[in-house]
Structures are given as C-alpha cells and as structure tokens.
Unconditional design. Structure first.
Length: 262
C-alpha cells in the first residue's frame, strides 16, 4: 500500500488509469486488508454519496462511515481521494449504453438519430449526477467507460461526411453545448430539491422576487410575443423543447457545412 508520504518527491499523478494497476483487496490476506470490501463496492458507495450530498461534502472519512469501516481500510484499494473520484466519474459514464456496431447487412444507422441519442444520454447523465461536470473538467477522464463513449461519438461524427479536419470542431459544438446545458440543468434540479420545492414552484417564486426589481425585470422576462410563441408548459417541458431545438440547430449546421464542403 502506497502512502502519500512514500510518494514524496515523485512526479504528480496524472490519472488513476495511468498508474500501477496491480489488483488490490479481495478478503483478508497476509497484508491484513479488510474483508468484505473491493474497489467496485467502494466506487459504488462513492457515487451514492456524491449523489446524496454533493462533491463539497465528500470525504474519505465520510465514505468509510458509509461502508462501516475505518478510513484506513479504504486506502487498501485506492491511494488517494482523487483516485476514488476518478473511479466514480468513470463508473457514472458506464450508465450510458452507447449503440454498438450495426448488424451485418443492415447498413449504417442514421448519424443524426444516433447523435440525438448520445447527446440526450449525456445530458441525462449530467442531470442525474450534478457533481460529474466538475470532475469531468478536472480529470483526464480516460477510464474505459468514458473512452467507449468517446469512441462511439467519434464513429458517429465520422459518418456525417465532414472532412477530418472539421470533426473535432463539430464534436466540440455538440458536446460542449450538452455539457453546459446539462450542468446548468443538473444544478437547478438539485437546488430545487434542496429547497423542497418543485421546479415550477421554485422558478415562479424566484421570478416573482427578481421581477420586483425594475433593472432586472427586462433581463429575466421574455417579451410577451416570445412567451406566447414558446407556449405553455412546465419548466421541464420548456427546457426539453429548448434542448431539442438547439440540438437540431447544431445538426443542421453540420449538414450545411457538409454541403458547403462538397
């Protein structure tokens, strides 16, 4: 078991996925590691705690209490808290089930539909796990599940017909949009839950408070004609429509660039 003091003077760790992958755990062995734990169980508990309490409240001590072991016991399976957060990040990506290769003889699926599916799955993941966006922007995010998702996305973008030099830009346009949309949505959903209110009630109360200030009213209130055009609906319904329309704009942009390049 490697301790932080033993790593003094060594280069900083880049990723848990690039470090020594020698297996740990699996009962009580000669080294005295605790029984009943393994890395998968610890990672699953980490995801549950992050979902329930958020990233700022997470600690190895809190995790150990959740598992009913000592904090030192957890260190038989991971070297650092960051290692564990990286494992949790990739475990969350494992919830996405990317489409596999098309069966022989069926021909390729429509890339537009696959892109909609992948973008929707990524958005849902960000909303389900509000802590994920922060970790995805902190770590290399090169675990096996994240890499599988990335490879599937690249395979879909290759089928758009865009030149190779333009594909990275298309990926950025679509998935950085989804990242931003899902991050804001996830934090809003969590804030409403923490307040013990529905999203509609929270939004209504917040808007009523803000629009009492004349200098803020115009910034947060759509003009009457725009409100009418958007139609009625819950906060979730309006947000779903906005997401779908924005994604269609991006898909239409890809189609336009393919035609222009052709």
């Amino acid at each position: 078991m490697v301790r932080a003091a033993e790593r003094a003077g060594r280069p900083p760790r880049t990723s848990v996925w690039l470090e020594d992958r020698a297996p740990r755990g699996g009962g009580r062995g000669g080294g005295g590691q605790p029984s009943g734990l393994d890395r998968d169980r610890i990672t699953a508990a980490t995801v549950r705690l992050l979902d329930a309490e958020g990233l700022t409240k997470f600690s190895m001590r809190r995790l150990a209490a959740e598992l009913n072991v000592t904090a030192m016991s957890v260190y038989w399976y991971v070297d650092t808290k960051d290692d564990l957060l990286e494992l949790a990040l990739d475990a969350a990506f494992g919830e996405i089930r990317p489409p596999g290769p098309e069966p022989a003889g069926t021909g390729p699926a429509d890339w537009r539909e696959e892109l909609r599916t992948l973008a929707g799955a990524y958005r849902a993941l960000l909303v389900r796990h509000p802590w994920l966006s922060s970790l995805a922007g902190t770590f290399l995010n090169i675990g096996p599940h994240a890499l599988e998702f990335r490879l599937v996305v690249r395979r879909v973008v290759r089928r758009t017909g865009l030149p190779a030099a333009d594909r990275a830009g298309a990926l950025s346009a679509v998935f950085q949009f989804v990242y931003g949309f899902g991050t804001i949505e996830g934090h809003f959903v969590r804030r409403c839950a923490s307040a013990g209110m529905s999203q509609d009630d929270y939004c209504r109360r917040a808007m009523n408070a803000v629009t009492r200030e004349p200098e803020l009213r115009e910034a947060v209130h759509d003009p009457a004609d725009l409100e009418e055009a958007r139609g009625d609906g819950t906060v979730e319904e309006i947000r779903d429509r906005d997401f779908a329309f924005a994604l269609e704009l991006l898909i239409a942009g890809i189609e336009t660039m393919v035609r222009r390049g052709g």
